[in-house]
Design a protein around this ligand. Sequence first.
Ligand code: PMP
Length: 289
Amino acid sequence: MSRISYVNGQYVRHREAAVHVDDRGYQFADGVYEVIAVSNGRCIDLDPHFDRLDRSLRELQIAAPMPRSALRVVVGETVRRNRVQTGIVYIQVTRGVAKRAHPFPKDTHPAIVVTARHFPPPSEAYINNGVKVITAPDIRWGRCDIKSISLLPNILARQAATVAGVYEAWLIDKAGDVTEGSASNAWIVDAKGKLVTRTLGNELLGGITRAAILDAARQNKLDVVERAFSLDEALHAREAMVTSTTAFVLPVVAIDGKPVGSGVPGPIYQRLRPLYEARVSAELGAFTA
Ligand code: PMP
């Protein structure tokens, strides 16, 4: 089956899908994106992703390319036309096409691309045995709360992780605290048994999965706190985890080659994973009703 992508108002064959060389996303990384998980052909947490997209656009003063109701149709149609059951939807919006010059162009429409493809859920090995991370200095800009397509520092950190043969790189700020992963949020279970993830701020992305896990943990009366934690604290934590749209929640069993806790997935992770899965089933179930 040939894949279909949505590009600026048209569904086109993916191999022919193209944007203009003067697209400001291509020229300046002047754009934002979202990645949404698809399960049973349905999007997980679609509205929170749309909310975050709206926020990213607003922060960069890029106009919404279409109303949310229309975008919902385009996303659903792109999933359907690609027959994605388990996978991801990618949405990218840029400031549009204009002669290359730094200031915002006048009278330019935002450009939008939506793609959808099969993407396997995390492997059983990751779910049951955990993943390893390395650390890298956080060399990103001051607005990491915006889901910008400008991802060079994230790419460099993830490449270092790949070369090291591990799943993710945790980014460490100048104070020695963990900001987040290159493409995931970072969590620990501290010495008191509290589930900890960094408070939201300009220095990290408000993960949709982070919010879902916080919500599930609180509803189930787990002891949760949002605060910064240092790499040193993480190295001595009882447990560590990552969350993201593609990972859901995965246990981190080693940081920079040193085992976390006893070096195997811990009890808080074992509680959270089914809670997250139940939440998704409830949402998708409610969707079909
Ligand atoms: N932080 C960064 C830098 C990311 O790229 C991602 C993945 N989008 C996340 C956190 C996790 O966010 P989400 O749970 O919305 O996928």
